[in-house]
Write a protein that binds this ligand. Structure first.
Ligand SMILES: Nc1nc2c(ncn2[C@@H]2O[C@H](COP(=O)(O)OP(=O)(O)O)[C@@H](O)[C@H]2O)c(=O)[nH]1
Ligand SMILES: [Mg+2]
Length: 307
């Protein structure tokens, strides 16, 4: 199928909710009028882009169309595509690993896909020739440690773990030592998504961030927030919450393959200004894809060849 094919297939549901609905709106109006703009805005909101982003996109299109004296909705469709691409391209160059040493802290609620995404990243980075170490700092459940061990085995990378219930900070310290000792160039830390309460979790994530800063003052550091695309607008509020405790540098948006709510990517980037760096489109090793704005837009807008 090829990697682009896999992305396209992963975005199938989102494409049919977002693009088909929008095309229906464009198809049912030939000339631009207020009803058209209203319906367009509504369809963007329904496609999980969020109110703020939907309103902004339509406002921009309206302004541009007026300036260029456009009258046909057909002509405005190009403006719409440009708007979406512009938002997607606000991402910094999507490079997570670029230094002599790279330290990646992965955070997010339970079930979002942290451990799975770390496993896939570890595998891909190893394939690219990086020396990867994993830190099992989700010590809240034994199963979480075991799950990361399975991924480490599969990827063929070293994992640092302590017993269930032990201090996640100690795991990260240990992993930092080992990373230095081995001259490894990538350390990825898994974290818990739930503790006894939200305050505990947030305190702990802050602490882990500080340890990594202290241990790797000159490294390239990333804090990646994992969000489940299927949670739609809820993903947007999670991002706001986590942004309060950690300087999030990028988002991993998982489970795009199972949802029609992929439009949330556009809302997240536009509202929070945080780039999506990876998208998850399945459960296989290769199903975590570095986010490429142009490729994503192309997969979203590409027309099915029918014959
Ligand atoms: N279909 C699909 N499933 C995913 C994807 N990413 C993660 N999952 C599944 O989501 C579930 C929770 O993932 P996990 O990594 O354990 O989440 P964590 O609690 O954040 O560590 C697992 O069953 C994963 O296989 C994805 O991109 N697509
Ligand atoms: Mg996990």
């Amino acid at each position: 199928m090829g990697l682009f094919g896999a992305l396209k297939k992963g975005l199938e549901k989102t494409r049919s909710s977002l693009i088909n609905n929008i095309e229906t709106v464009f198809g049912s109006y030939e000339e631009i009028d207020e009803d058209f703009y209203e319906e367009l805005e509504e369809s963007l909101i329904l496609a999980d882009m969020g109110m703020e982003t939907a309103v902004q996109i339509v406002d921009n299109i309206r302004k541009e169309a007026k300036e260029r004296r456009l009258q046909k909705t057909e002509e405005v469709y190009e403006l719409f595509k440009d708007e979406i691409c512009r938002i997607l391209e606000t991402a910094n160059p999507n490079i997570v690993v670029k230094g002599m040493t790279n330290v990646i802290l992965v955070i997010g609620v339970n079930g979002a896909g942290k451990t799975t995404s770390i496993g896939k990243m570890a595998y891909q980075l190893k394939e690219e020739g990086h020396h990867v170490i994993l830190a099992a700092a989700d010590t809240f459940r034994a199963a979480a440690i075991d799950q990361l061990k399975v991924w480490a085995d599969r990827a063929g990378v070293e994992i640092v773990c302590h017993a269930e219930g032990s201090d996640p900070g100690a795991v990260v310290y240990d992993a930092a030592d080992i990373t230095h000792a081995r001259w490894a160039d990538v350390l990825i830390c898994d974290t818990a998504g739930r503790l006894h309460n939200k305050k505990n979790l947030m305190e702990e994530l802050r602490k882990l961030g500080r340890i990594l800063e202290r241990e790797f003052p000159t490294a390239h550091r990333e804090v990646l927030l994992v969000l489940d695309a299927a949670t739609g607008q809820n993903a947007l509020s999670q991002a706001k919450l986590f942004a309060e405790v950690a300087p999030i540098t990028g988002i991993i948006l998982t489970k795009l393959d199972g949802t029609a709510k992929g439009g949330v990517v556009i809302g997240i980037m536009n509202e929070l200004g945080i780039p999506v760096k990876y998208v998850g489109v399945g459960e296989g090793m290769e199903d975590l894809r570095p986010f490429d704005a142009r490729e994503f837009a192309e997969a979203l807008f590409s027309v099915e060849e029918k014959n």
